[in-house]
Ligand binder design. Structure first.
Ligand SMILES: Cc1cc2nc3c(=O)[nH]c(=O)nc-3n(C[C@H](O)[C@H](O)[C@H](O)COP(=O)(O)OP(=O)(O)OC[C@H]3O[C@@H](n4cnc5c(N)ncnc54)[C@H](O)[C@@H]3O)c2cc1C
Length: 237
């Protein structure tokens, strides 16, 4: 399996649990090292793999409150949802996580099922036998070819390998976004007071309109345990 993101790890978990010999190759120094995302982990698939995972996984908070705001100048029109069922298992399948921590934890679970995860290795190419892929070529030293009965490519949206092998078309700029996010440290009690939260409750605020400065996009603020993630993303074209 190429890539130890959620797709590669979930795939490795299922296969290793079924007794298949699995090796996952990840170019980051550890799973999660290269993975940036906004912050909300939607867990409706994860609970099928590891029921009640949130009792053991390093989640920052569950999303107790969602707010959608339209910004116009310095004003906003906001809608807030805070139903009681968001606050008890399965927490509306919405958790605020940090990928550098969460993916690492998930990788540990995959290893427990018997899979091997090798980090710091980049797959440069597929190895072909006619029209069949029979292995991968990596950037690591002399013995850089690994053969396998099946190669699963879970390289993520930046699908350079698949594009290079003409397995998928190049994505258009209309379907690509660029996002920036900053994580700002803030004491837990300050976050709780400002966002009206208690315990492990978290808030997810999404912003539309003026926040994208005339472009197609949106902004967000998500509360981690003792920091907030503030970001904005727009379609490149
Ligand atoms: C800015 C941004 C914000 C987002 N916000 C959210 C959000 O809030 N909630 C949400 O649910 N989703 C969000 N997403 C989407 C989410 O990040 C993806 O859906 C998810 O990461 C896809 O998982 P994946 O395993 O397919 O790919 P990835 O997470 O990208 O994992 C692919 C892995 O493969 C590795 N890899 C790639 N190529 C190679 C190679 N050649 N050799 C070895 N290893 C390789 C990479 O290092 C990486 O670890 C966001 C995405 C972005 C970009």
């Amino acid at each position: 399996i190429i890539g130890a993101g959620p797709a590669g790890l979930a795939c490795g978990y299922v296969l290793a649990k079924a007794g298949v010999q699995v090796t996952i190759l990840e170019r980051g120094q550890y799973p999660g090292a290269k993975n940036m995302f906004g912050g909300i982990f939607f867990s409706d698939q994860m609970v099928k793999l590891i029921p009640g995972f949130y009792d053991q996984a390093p989640v920052e908070r569950f999303v107790a409150k969602k707010q959608y705001s339209m910004l116009v100048g310095n004003s906003q029109i906001a809608m807030t949802f805070e139903p009681e069922e968001f606050k008890s298992p399965p927490y509306n399948h919405s958790f605020i996580v940090r990928r550098s921590v969460f993916d690492r934890w998930f990788a540990g679970k995959v290893r427990q099922q018997g899979a091997t995860i090798i980090c710091g290795v980049t797959v440069n190419d597929f190895v072909w036998d006619g029209e069949r892929i029979i292995g991968v070529r990596t950037d690591s030293g002399d013995e850089n070819v690994l053969f396998a009965d099946v190669v699963i490519c879970a390289e993520g949206a930046n699908s350079l390998l698949s594009e290079k092998a003409a397995l998928r078309n190049r994505m258009s700029m209309r379907t690509r976004c660029i996002s920036v996010k900053e994580v700002i440290a803030l004491p837990k009690d300050v976050i709780d007071e400002r966002f009206h939260l208690t315990g492990r409750e978290g808030a997810a605020h999404e912003y539309f309109g003026g926040v994208a400065d005339g472009m197609l996009g949106n902004g967000f603020i998500y509360t981690n345990l003792d920091s907030v993630s503030v970001g904005v993303g727009v379609v490149i074209s």
